[in-house]
Write a protein that binds this ligand. Structure first.
Ligand SMILES: Cc1cc2nc3c(=O)[nH]c(=O)nc-3n(C[C@H](O)[C@H](O)[C@H](O)COP(=O)(O)OP(=O)(O)OC[C@H]3O[C@@H](n4cnc5c(N)ncnc54)[C@H](O)[C@@H]3O)c2cc1C
Ligand code: FES
Length: 255
């Protein structure tokens, strides 16, 4: 773990809702790890690395004050990053299917760069699709795009798409990142099929380093024990898919 002030090397629009900031940082990082990002004028927030080489990147959906602040930065501006934190994905399985929902595709990019695997890219609509062809073709083997409203690719959600893919393709491991509701129903499907998976979870984070307990899900600290958990671990979590703690530690139900 290291803490550095880095210079924004480039900032690009990734899709209609998201932006990518690139910066040089020589910290060792692996696919699935995240950093705590801060600059004067914003609260510190966790963001996954969407590139893990010497040139690092963070890719984020602009949804509130801090992501808006980051999205407005310009080349040459400086941000503080600390980390990388968390465990990252185990990529040792032979045949891997990657499933990304919405902005959840961005943390999976380092997986696609580390190993040629198949992928499902799911989005709400065409404007949220980040890596349509030819980028998708370059990044993965077979890949399928689907949108909730049918404006690009297949007209279905991520779980329906995976179910369809599994009718003809076989995998030893599914690696997924996306909204918890997607992960919940995907896990249900994969458990029914007896398939192994790893999923990246999100909880409210303060220290990012396993100290404060803000990010607990059952007895797990998501920042230190995760954010990547196996399907077996998640299946035993009573809080998964039911709710999470807010900034004050109050449990907020998803239902
Ligand atoms: C390990 C991890 C990795 C993440 N990676 C990405 C990523 O790669 N791309 C991306 O777009 N988003 C990612 N997020 C979510 C991102 O942290 C939030 O979108 C961001 O903090 C929103 O801040 P805001 O001020 O713009 O919005 P706000 O309006 O302040 O918050 C909107 C929502 O974002 C979440 N959030 C806010 N602050 C935090 C915090 N400190 N910790 C966790 N969640 C928070 C809460 O659910 C909140 O309701 C990740 C979260 C975690 C825990
Ligand atoms: S954010 Fe502090 S323990 Fe996880």
């Amino acid at each position: 773990m290291t803490e550095s002030v880095v210079t924004v090397k480039g900032i690009e629009q990734t899709n209609a809702y998201s932006r990518t900031i690139r910066f040089d940082w020589d910290a060792e990082a692996s696919p699935g790890q995240f950093v705590m990002v801060w600059a004067p004028g914003m609260e510190e927030i966790p963001l996954s690395l969407s590139s893990v080489g010497d040139e690092k990147a963070i890719t984020f959906k602009v949804i509130g004050d801090d992501t808006r602040f980051l999205g407005d930065l310009k080349e040459g501006d400086r941000i503080r990053v600390r980390g990388p934190y968390g465990n990252g994905y185990d990529l040792s399985a032979e045949r891997i299917l990657v499933v990304g929902g919405g902005i959840g595709i961005a943390p999976l990019l380092p997986v696609l760069k580390a190993k040629r695997v198949d992928a499902v890219f799911a989005a709400r609509d065409a404007a949220e699709v980040s890596y349509a062809d030819p980028i998708g073709e370059e990044l993965c083997g077979k890949h399928w795009i689907c949108t909730d409203d049918g404006s690009m690719g297949e007209h279905c959600n991520a779980v329906q798409m995976v179910s369809k893919v599994l009718e003809t393709e076989g995998y030893d491991m599914v690696i997924a990142c996306g909204p918890e509701v997607m992960l919940f129903f995907l896990l249900k499907l994969l458990n029914e099929k007896g398939m192994r998976c790893q999923m990246s979870l999100e909880r409210y984070m303060k220290c990012g380093a396993g100290v404060c307990g803000a990010c607990m899900i059952d007895e797990h600290r998501v920042c230190r024990d995760g954010p990547v958990f196996t399907g077996e671990q998640i299946s035993r979590m009573t809080e998964f898919g039911t709710g999470c703690r807010d900034a004050c530690g109050t449990f907020v139900s998803f239902r």
